[in-house]
Design a protein around this ligand. Sequence first.
Ligand code: FES
Ligand SMILES: [Fe+2]
Length: 327
Amino acid sequence: MLPNHWYAILESNEVKRGKPLGVTRLGEKLVVWRNERGEVAVLHESCPHRGVALSTGKVVGDCVECPFHGFQFNATGTCTIIPANGKNTPVPKAFNAAAYITREAHEFIWVWYGEARDPASLPPLPFFDDIDDSYSYLTLRDHWTVDYTRAIENQLDVVHLPFVHKTTIGRGGQTLVDGPYVKLDGDRLLIWFDNRVDDGTPPKKWSEMSEPTRPPLLTFLFPNIWQNMLGEKLRIVIAFAPIDKENTMLYLRQYQRISRTPGLRFAFNFLSRLGNVVILNQDKAAVITEEPKATWAGMDEALIQGDRPIILFRQHRKEILEAGNRR
Ligand code: FES
Ligand SMILES: [Fe+2]
């Protein structure tokens, strides 16, 4: 995981009021629940007392209560009561559970993976602020048996289209890749590409290209949010929620504001999702066979010019990891 970044880990509607959810994300077992006001909290799953899964307990007021001996933990992980010691006995800090700083926005639940800091001082969530209520979508949720780095790189891969998607979005045999032009801007990776049919002329070198004036087709926001800008009223966003080193949950949303009346909107979104199932399954069939199941900068793979988005992705992940180690 990349330190000191916000990760989208779940969709809001996966966490119901009054029902703690046990889930593995970021390589850890977690318990996620909503308090009486609907606010989300995320703690490590194992009770600090004797290890029972807190997700098998219940929500009591602001806390989750362990079913074994009734210890209660609030959103910051503070153990507020040990019933066997009596309600007037202070609880030592040693009984606190590890907690994540949590936010909820854009119908995702986000956790801060990094150093404990004043929540008010944390950077903004990595998302697309121009997606507003005029858009609608239906989520396609899909579990892939690879690390999230592999799943993300597939969406940064502008070379695979005429092969993996030759019956869908990659029709036309445009196998030759000019550039692509890629730019790293802070924690944003911006990608423009124009593939074409191979007419015998060599591909343009990215180093000889200038930055296109149109908006990038693909944008990746570290650590786990991607967008394909299909048009002014249509874009696909994927959150790659890391489960563990060999598993990732993809949340794919095709945001649209073309059809806005309720019935048409649902039909549009439903059909979009069906189409995306077909396309995503084409990707998945290839990606789940990749070995190793995770990637890193400098790994032993023979990359080509067209892989530049992937090269920059790996390099920037390395920079973030090294910056975390230096602190
Ligand atoms: S194991 Fe949770 S209260 Fe004892
Ligand atoms: Fe693809």
